[in-house]
Design a binder for this molecule. Structure first.
Ligand code: 5GP
Length: 125
């Protein structure tokens, strides 16, 4: 379900097509709640995208309408991926863009996982 004022979920967005297996991805993790794969244009030595399996346009949509079980499962998956990739000791950054001012390009909720070097200021510029 879309958040009021936002467009409805686009079943043909690129991440929906990746979830359906219509477009390949470099998968790093999958469970009942989440799929994680390498970003096609990495902005850090490690740049993983983690997406929920349900049709949520954005963080606003996901946080408002996903079930408690789906939210918990997704967040646990993000933590497990970072841990399994060995990122906890050096550290990592999570980022979720939502809407126009954030620059969100793909209208399927996703969390960016950045790591592999000191990541600098949170919001450059
Ligand atoms: P956003 O700006 O929406 O938060 O981030 C979208 C991300 O998706 C970008 O970092 C972009 O590089 C990535 N991306 C766009 N298309 C594809 C694709 O087809 N495959 C993969 N793996 N990543 C993609």
């Amino acid at each position: 379900m879309p958040v009021s004022g936002l467009p409805p979920y686009d079943e043909n967005n690129i991440f929906a097509r990746i979830l359906r297996g219509e477009i390949p991805c470099k998968k790093v993790y999958e469970d009942a709640f989440a799929l994680a794969f390498l970003d096609i244009a990495p902005q850090a030595p490690t740049h993983v995208l983690v997406i929920p399996k349900g049709p949520y346009c954005s963080f606003a949509d996901f946080s408002a309408f996903a079930s408690d079980a789906d939210i918990a499962g997704f967040m646990r998956a993000v933590g497990k991926i970072a841990k399994d990739l060995g990122l906890e000791a050096p550290g990592y950054r999570l980022l979720a863009n939502m809407g126009e001012h954030s620059g969100q390009e793909v209208p399927h909720f996703h969390v960016h996982l950045f790591a592999g070097r000191p990541l600098g200021r949170m919001i450059p510029g």
